[in-house]
Design a binder for this molecule. Structure first.
Ligand code: WT7
Length: 685
């Protein structure tokens, strides 16, 4: 949503919702008074607070010498130094030791209704140990990188925990990424092993993964072996001798009763690497620590979702994203909960799939994204009305701002007008939620992620580069920053110290790249990215990465990529292209460019519109003025743009506006329906 329209909806919004306290005495944090005590403790003595949480929630082989070692000059924050632990031990072994061996750890629902697999903690242990042995036989050692290019299947969780057991660093690559996206991530990580599957199953179709990978691997010399899960029984999977091996053949060699001892990891050793879109064409490899990250994952999972022993927790995000790591795997398993994992999409075979699953498994906690709710909302209430959703206790939202209208729909139709909605603001880099309500303590305001969690020192800062920020209002707006370190903060950016430092260079503390407003009650309203990222359906994409792909096409002279508001996706991708001399502006060229982006990065990055232009608006020094392009894509007229004195050739702007209006007039119904269908299918990721 554009900042303008968001602000409009914010001003219309008045009501707020009290937490439902009736019968909730057993909540981890019950009522605002109890919460205030925690906020105060965390504020006054953060190290004691975090140390308390770390010892309550995790098993440490050895206790820390120092809670936090901070190098303020280099912005290095090391949590629980001197301590030893293992994430796999915390997520599996210790639950077995305390009598949870027969509890379901993981319930998997495949796309086919009858495809269900369930792993108790004991079963998970057995599989993880086998895979750890198997990986170890392929010479995977502590510190090695293992890339996971896998669909949403139990083997993905097993592989993550097997890596953690060895101390190898897993790096998940979203299975919807295409060639360029996968290649840059494998190369960036210098992965030794890639684990994949023959295919993913989506909306009744098999989408090959192994075949996608083969051409990519020609340019990835670090990869010694590829392990392939036979998930979809795809025929003719090509296996390269000496390099490729089937998962089932590999693990078969390892007997069931051999424990794989957990590596005693330092708290500050990396647990995983996950790439997010950066400000350049190259993805940013965010590295997370073992002790700090796991503490923060378990802590936030427990408080945000008020997680209890008997809960079935369903985080609908794909594990290829940070949400799936923290709230689909590490957080809930560290707490010994039961996680539900679903491979399919919300609309297949029918748009009732989520509600069917909630009823079937008696789900208690549902954590999903506004983009999913928007697509289901559009298809009508009838799809959820017929299901028994009464087991639901807490609803969550993540990935992008949830508008008050969508919030209300979720609240009424899924939450029966009584369940708390935890709108959680965070990022790949923060490891876990930062701004979010405590479900049985915080008064909710639809559309606001409410307040920073205890111990999180978030605030708003302004500088001269925030011209779009509103200064007149009584609400404060500016850059959303975090002033003090927290255990979930990334360890660093893999092999790119300069990139890591860039998060701290402007304000001297962690800069999120988001704009936000704070209202009179101290509630945060996220306005969206103010850097060059686009948030499509809750996923961060970098404009530079898409521009680089377009620029590689011979027909393209210059390209600029900006966000545009979109009713389902939140933001969509709008592209301005200056073609090379003599290249005609045709629909077939548009199609080709869209195809190129889809093939290289993935369907998620598909441009919504491509506008051919004579030139891009530039400053006198030749810098593209994105602000103008962004406004035009959001529907601004010449009057809305105001003074154009900084533009070298102002007539260019007028042409672009004219061209934009023509594009809107020529919008094809059928094309937008395709987009809707495609979106509805993909939303669950
Ligand atoms: C960006 C982070 C960690 C969640 C998955 C995305 C946007 C995330 C919210 C929210 C408004 C949100 C921000 C943030 N975002 N959650 N509740 N309200 N905006 O992780 O890919 O690292 O993207 O997602 O813009 O910076 P990510």
């Amino acid at each position: 949503m554009s900042q303008e329209s968001r602000k409009n909806s914010l001003t219309q919004q008045t009501g707020s919702y009290l937490p439902p306290l009736h019968g909730k005495a057993s909540a981890w944090v019950c009522g605002s008074e109890e919460a205030e005590v925690l906020y105060k403790q965390a504020l006054e003595n953060p190290e004691e607070f975090w140390a308390g949480r770390a010892s309550q929630l995790l098993h440490w082989f050895k206790r820390w010498d120092k809670v936090l070692e901070a190098d303020e000059e280099r912005h290095k924050y090391r949590w629980f130094t001197g301590a030893k632990l293992n994430a796999s031990f915390n997520c599996i072994d210790r639950h077995i030791l305390i009598g949870r061996r027969n509890k379901a750890a993981l319930i998997w629902q495949g796309e086919n209704e009858m495809d269900v697999r369930c792993f108790t903690y004991q079963m998970l242990y057995t599989e993880v140990c086998r895979v750890a042995h198997a990986l170890s036989s392929l010479r995977v050692r502590k510190g090695d990188r293992v890339a996971l290019y896998m669909p949403m299947i139990p083997e993905l969780v097993i592989a993550m925990l097997a890596c953690a057991r060895i101390g190898a660093i897993h790096t998940a690559i979203f299975s919807g990424y295409a060639e360029g996206g996968v290649r840059s991530r494998i190369q960036g990580a210098k992965a030794k092993i890639v684990i994949t599957a023959d295919a993913a199953i989506r909306a009744g179709k098999k989408k090959p993964l192994k075949a996608n990978l083969d051409p990519i691997l020609e340019k990835c010399p670090s990869v010694a072996h590829v392990v392939v899960v036979n998930h979809a029984n795809l025929e003719d999977v090509k296996m390269q001798p000496n390099r490729d091996i089937w998962w089932h053949d590999l693990v078969e060699d390892f007997t069931l009763d051999v424990d794989f001892p957990c590596e005693r990891m330092n708290s500050t050793d990396p647990l995983f690497l996950l790439h997010t879109s950066g400000s350049t064409g190259k993805p940013t490899g965010v590295l997370h620590s073992t002790g700090g990250y796991l503490t923060y994952a378990a802590h936030t999972t427990q408080w945000l979702f008020d997680m209890h022993d008997d809960d079935v927790h369903w985080c609908t995000a794909d594990i290829g994203w940070i949400t799936g790591h923290t709230y689909g795997v590490y957080g809930p398993l560290a707490l010994g909960a039961t996680v539900l994992m679903f491979e399919g999409v919300p609309t297949w075979p029918k748009p009732d799939r989520y509600w069917r699953i909630v009823e079937k498994f008696r789900v208690n906690i549902l954590y999903t994204a506004p983009t999913v709710i928007r697509s289901l909302m559009r298809l009508g209430e009838a799809w959820c009305e017929r299901y028994d959703l009464r087991t639901l206790r807490i609803l969550g939202s993540v990935g992008e701002p949830i508008s008050p209208e969508v919030w209300q729909w979720y609240y009424r139709n899924i939450g029966d007008s009584e369940l708390p909605i935890v709108d959680t603001w965070w990022q790949t880099e923060t490891g876990g939620a930062m701004i979010a309500p405590l479900p049985y303590a915080t008064r909710l305001k639809p559309g606001s992620a409410t307040r920073p969690l205890p111990g999180i020192d978030a605030t708003i800062m302004r500088d001269s580069t925030s011209p779009d920020m509103d200064t007149s209002a009584d609400r404060q707006s500016g850059h959303l920053v975090i002033r003090k370190p927290w255990p979930g903060i990334m360890l660093g950016v893999y092999n790119d110290e300069a990139k890591y430092q860039s998060y701290f260079s402007r304000f001297g503390c962690y800069e999120s790249g988001d704009g936000a407003e704070v209202d009179e009650d101290g509630y945060f309203w996220i306005l969206g990215r103010i850097d060059d990222s686009i948030n499509v359906s809750g996923h961060r994409l970098s404009t530079a990465e898409i521009e680089a792909v377009l620029a590689s096409c011979e027909e393209v002279g210059e390209a600029a990529v900006v966000p545009m508001p979109h009713p389902l996706k939140g933001e969509a991708i709008y592209v301005y292209v200056v073609t090379r001399d003599e290249v005609p502006w045709t629909d077939s060229l548009r199609k080709k460019l869209v195809e190129t982006v889809r093939r290289d990065i993935g369907a998620l990055a598909s441009p919504e519109y491509i506008q051919f232009v004579e030139a891009l608006p530039k400053t006198h020094s030749g810098k593209v003025i994105r602000r103008i392009l962004r406004k035009i894509a959001s529907g601004a007229t010449l009057e809305d743009l105001g003074e154009l004195t900084t533009v070298a050739r102002p007539e260019v702007v007028q042409h672009i506006i004219f061209g934009h209006q023509n594009i809107l007039l020529g919008m094809h119904e059928s094309a937008s329906m395709d987009v809707e269908r495609d979106h509805a299918e993909r939303a669950g990721e």
